[in-house]
Design a protein around this ligand. Sequence first.
Ligand code: NAP
Length: 308
Amino acid sequence: MSGDDRKLDGAARAAEIRDEVAAQVAELARQGVVPRLDAILVGDDPASEVYVASKARTLATLGMLSETHRLPENTPQAALEDLVDRLNADSDVDGILVQLPLPGNLNTSAILHGVDPAKDVDGFHPENVGLLLNGHPRLVPCTPAGIMEMLRREGVEIKGRRAVVVGRSDIVGKPMAVLLLHAHATVTICHSRTRDLAAVTREAEILVAAAGVRSLIGPEHVAEGTVVVDVGMHRVTDRETVERLYPGNEKKMAAFEKRGSVLAGDVDYTRVAPIAGKITPVPGGVGPLTIAMVAANTVAAAQQRRDL
Ligand code: NAP
């Protein structure tokens, strides 16, 4: 099988999702509704800046409105809660997105729990978490929702298969495991205390890596033919590491020369791809799906709030 046959093309599937969202936005416009997403960005973390800008750009391209509320690093909890309350009360706002991580002085769960569940496009509010858990999903966290869309569109069979999720965060790992379970996979969740990770992940027919540890998953973790989804996103800025990760890969080196960095995942792509049945690249895999699902969730919130 060639490298391209193996590729799970998250970027292409994300483009399809965006096209479908654009059609829904056009339909809503005929009914006089323009969905609007308000993002809250606290502090000046450069990665968060990039994510928020990218979400806003995507929404604009799809004909939706978006507003970014920038607050300084030292914003008090009460001021942030006030802003969330104002956006909750503003009937023009369909979706609210609090960009994470928040600075350490802020109580993240108190903020997320304050977002109106009907506007919670990230699906982090306990009401939405509960609905997902008991099988009546309303707004589902964007990264795992995007991965499920990709697997479905790529024709990956889930029912009855062994799935292993590495990572148990509220944002990715847990909702991912629940979605796979609801799709009838037999699911195992691994985390930092898992003993002999490789022995567990080698059992996987579908392996989702969401540990936030670059190159955690090597060839010893993957059985022949496994579908591998790499959620990790790490900026690599030193040449030696890029050469070690991608030996002889001229495209990667050219990207590094151009930008001074490349993105890498939780999976050692070069060494795992020859074993995997299918695999997502980084970049061009899970990232674009996440952003497409922010747009999809904003439209869903706009429709649900109006009973459309
Ligand atoms: P997180 O909150 O840091 O959670 C990481 C999880 O991985 C934790 O459950 C942790 O276990 C587990 N873990 C850490 N080291 C491990 C190890 N050596 N072996 C096994 N498990 C280990 O991270 P997150 O927010 O879920 O994000 C995970 C990664 O995905 C990050 O690289 C992030 O940048 C990326 N991400 C990408 C997108 C996208 O759109 N592409 C979206 C979201 C996140 P414990 O619970 O025991 O600590």
